[in-house]
Write a protein that binds this ligand. Structure first.
Ligand code: NAP
Length: 287
């Protein structure tokens, strides 16, 4: 793994970061973020829709780590799409995080007025509020269309990536375009007993590592950014310790045999999923 990825605009992004999705309380989100920063993580991945930007902002302040040493990502939710709504959403996220710039800002879902939002993000990028801009959950064809019709090319696409959904072709195309692929759900959120999978276990035993570490190593050796989430300090530390071993070509191939070639998190192409997401009106300050 590289440790630091260079985005297409020259910005440096850590290859291993910390995700804060689905942490139920403000206190727990703050505590986990603080533990992650203490363990050495410098990339924190939040979103307006996770309703914990304030907790992350407080942890950043309390950590004492200089702002310029951190890489903070947040995301634009579906209800804020469109030029003017996006301008406001950026400012609101900055206020909740108590920051004056974001290292990376992503469109969370490829829905609603993507083009209006992208133009607002381009302008905020020019103004220095956003150091890099990108998308999440975009299929390559949507990304291609976005690139053809806009000035600034997305620097990152954050997508579902784990051993059960390896997405080789999709990642290859992104990498050919100079777009960094970032894995969400690198552990498939623990589905299908991933942490006790016999193939991953066998590889882990031969390196005296855990299955979680092998999964993260497999993704990072593919040139992918990872943002595992945990609320347990020992796991937060464990997930960060993946630079002192390397998977062989054979082990990389063994991991690839686990690919089921489909999402474990529902069908984004189902119109009902679109209705559900578009109707999801969130109060970002709820927690
Ligand atoms: P994940 O990182 O794949 O899995 C998290 C789960 O694994 C939690 O249940 C956690 O439990 C457990 N876990 C973590 N480390 C472990 C270890 N070493 N051993 C055993 N269990 C372990 O799931 P995720 O949070 O969905 O994905 C990561 C990040 O991606 C999110 O936090 C978020 O930032 C981002 N994301 C983005 C999108 C998007 O649409 N853009 C969607 C989903 C996620 P404990 O917490 O109890 O330890």
């Amino acid at each position: 793994m590289k440790k630091i990825m260079e985005l297409s605009n020259g910005v440096s992004m850590p290859q291993l970061g910390f995700g804060v999705f689905q942490i139920p309380t403000h206190e727990d989100a703050k505590k986990a973020t603080l533990q992650a920063i203490k363990a050495g993580y410098r990339l924190i991945d939040t979103a307006a829709a996770y309703m914990n930007e304030r907790a992350v902002g407080e942890a950043i302040k309390e950590s004492g780590v200089p702002r310029e040493d951190l890489f903070i990502t947040t995301k634009l939710w579906v209800q804020d799409m469109g030029y003017e709504a996006t301008q406001k959403a950026i400012d609101h996220s900055l206020a909740r995080l108590d920051l004056d710039y974001l290292d990376l800002y992503l469109i969370h879902q490829p829905l609603n007025d993507v083009y209006g939002s992208w133009r607002a993000m381009e302008d905020a990028y020019d103004a220095g509020k956003l150091k890099a801009i990108g998308v999440a959950n975009f299929e390559n064809d949507r990304l291609q269309d976005l690139m053809i019709n806009n000035r600034i090319k997305p620097m990152v696409n954050q997508i579902e990536l784990h051993p059960f959904h390896a997405q080789f072709k999709r990642v290859q195309w992104l990498q050919e375009q100079g777009i960094v692929a970032e894995a969400w759900g690198p552990f498939a959120e623990g589905k299908q007993q991933i942490f006790s999978n016999p193939i991953i276990k066998k590889i882990a035993q031969s390196h005296e590592k855990t299955t979680g570490q092998v999964i993260l190593r497999w993704l990072t050796q593919r040139g992918i950014v990872v943002i595992p989430k945990s609320v347990h300090e020992e796991r937060i530390v464990e997930n960060f310790a993946i630079t002192d071993f390397e998977l062989t070509a054979l082990e990389m191939d063994m991991m690839s045999t686990l690919d089921q070639k489909q999402s474990l998190f529902g069908d984004m192409h189902d119109p009902e999923t679109v209705v559900t997401l578009e109707k999801m009106h969130l109060d970002y300050d709820e927690r």
